[in-house]
Ligand binder design. Structure first.
Ligand SMILES: Nc1ncnc2c1ncn2[C@@H]1O[C@H](COP(=O)(O)OP(=O)(O)OP(=O)(O)O)[C@@H](O)[C@H]1O
Ligand SMILES: [Mg+2]
Length: 408
């Protein structure tokens, strides 16, 4: 099963390209689902199927568009109610005890970021269902996507550290606290729900960083858009996601003679040159600005076919050729962790990259983004003996502890 995520700045054509790619996959006879994680769902409009249906018709479950092609908008609210009934029930009982009224309490128990979490959980549910050959994900604009993709690991980190402690504390304090404060203690079902959340998020991450998943960056040939696209490539790699191509959309076709068009064609051409140089090693597919908005399965499929034809040697639906950004290499007593950070020493200054070690964790900071990487057990026992930036990678060398330390 192939998973393709599309991200990019607002309005560049993510939904159009996602929907088109999905239509292309379906036309090949692959069972295809296109799923939107964006709260501003517009897939229905692109396929021209929201009209005549109520909002919820294109909602919680996949809706068929044409043969082999299904579309789904994640309904965060409904998923919340289904998966979090236990936790919400507990929170409500706490708020009730401290006197918050029912309506306000219900608002309060919608945790921030819930939409994103549920989009991920839905993606997992669809991926493990075995019903799909291709899942295309139409993501929200870049910043939100980065938050979304950093979530499984970050929440997992939190849950792994907090859960065991909480559970122990609650066991010990339950009788005392319930009596003294009158605040109900979370029952086992609440913890069970959190453990399930943890496990499911770990699965999502494994799926999305696995060999059959990749992220594609959609951009328009404009300086500001390119700058954001480049940074997102670095950040996606930092979090361990492979980017396997770029779609340059809304390119003005050359021709005609008026200055306005000639000006734009020239300006876009310059930026396209930089796109090629920035994303060296990745296919850059080109999609021209159509005279009308592409709407409906056929239009969308044509947009995608035409774009992908630009780099005819690459099958856009085959497994990604890009290597995983994170890999380890062991020789004798040392292991080198390689983390590809595209753009390093180009649009990312070396001093924006920081590395820290705290027990079994490696904290890697690139600009405003930080990843807390829990080291595999074998590495956690070793010490960091060097780190350097080379060939667009961060290389961290781990060595065995000296025999001295080991015997201590
Ligand atoms: N190649 C193209 N030619 C003509 N119109 C296009 C092209 N690509 C996209 N559009 C139109 O541009 C608008 C924005 O495209 P789209 O909704 O796909 O962008 P988006 O990146 O998903 O936006 P958002 O960030 O709001 O989700 C739509 O009206 C779409 O039909
Ligand atoms: Mg969109």
């Amino acid at each position: 099963m192939r998973i393709l995520l599309f991200t990019g700045k607002g309005g560049v054509g993510k939904s159009t390209v996602s929907a088109g790619t999905a239509a292309m996959s379906a036309a090949r006879g692959l069972r295809t689902l296109v799923l939107s994680t964006d709260a501003a769902h517009s897939l229905g409009d692109a396929f021209a199927i929201s009209d005549g249906h109520s909002e919820s018709a294109l909602g919680s479950e996949p809706v068929q568009v044409t043969e082999h092609l299904y579309v789904q908008h994640v309904d965060a609210q409904r998923r919340f109610e289904e998966s979090w009934a236990e936790v919400q029930g507990y929170l409500l009982s706490v708020l009730d005890t401290i006197g918050v009224d029912r309506i306000a309490a219900e608002e309060l128990t919608i945790i921030p970021g819930a939409e994103e979490v549920f989009a991920l959980l839905e993606l997992r549910r669809m991926a493990v269902s075995g019903e799909w050959d291709t899942i295309v994900v139409d993501c929200a604009p870049t910043a939100e996507t980065l938050r979304l993709l950093a979530l499984p690991e970050a929440l997992g980190w939190y849950l792994e550290r907090i859960l065991p402690v909480q559970r122990k504390m609650v066991k010990a304090l339950k009788p005392v606290l319930t009596k003294a404060a009158g605040v109900p203690m979370p029952g086992d079902s609440v913890f069970d729900a959190l453990v399930r959340l943890h496990d499911e998020l770990a699965e999502v991450r494994a799926l999305l960083t696995g060999p059959e998943a990749s992220v594609r960056i959609v951009l328009t040939p404009e300086r500001v858009v390119l700058a954001e696209a480049r940074r997102s490539w670095t950040t996606l790699s930092l979090y361990g996601y492979r980017v396997d191509g770029v779609v340059a959309n809304r390119i003005f076709p050359a021709g005609g003679s008026d200055d306005w068009r000639a000006g734009w064609v020239k300006a876009q051409d310059d930026v396209l040159g930089d796109v090629g140089a920035s994303f060296e090693g990745l296919p850059v597919w080109r999609s021209f600005y159509r005279p009308t908005e592409p709407v409906g399965v056929e239009d969308l499929r044509e947009v995608a076919e035409a774009a992908y034809a630009w780099s005819g040697s690459v099958d856009p639906l085959a497994a990604p050729e890009t290597a995983a950004p994170f890999r380890t290499e062991t020789t004798g007593e040392t292991t080198i962790v390689h983390l590809a950070l595209p753009g390093l020493a180009q649009w990312v200054e070396r001093d924006q990259v920081q590395l820290g070690r705290n027990g079994d964790e490696l904290a890697i900071t690139v600009g405003a983004y930080r990843r807390l990487l829990t080291l595999p057990a074998a590495l956690a026992r070793m010490r960091v003996s060097g780190a350097r930036v080379e060939g667009g990678e961060l290389r961290v060398t781990f060595s065995r502890q000296t025999t001295n330390t080991e015997s201590e």
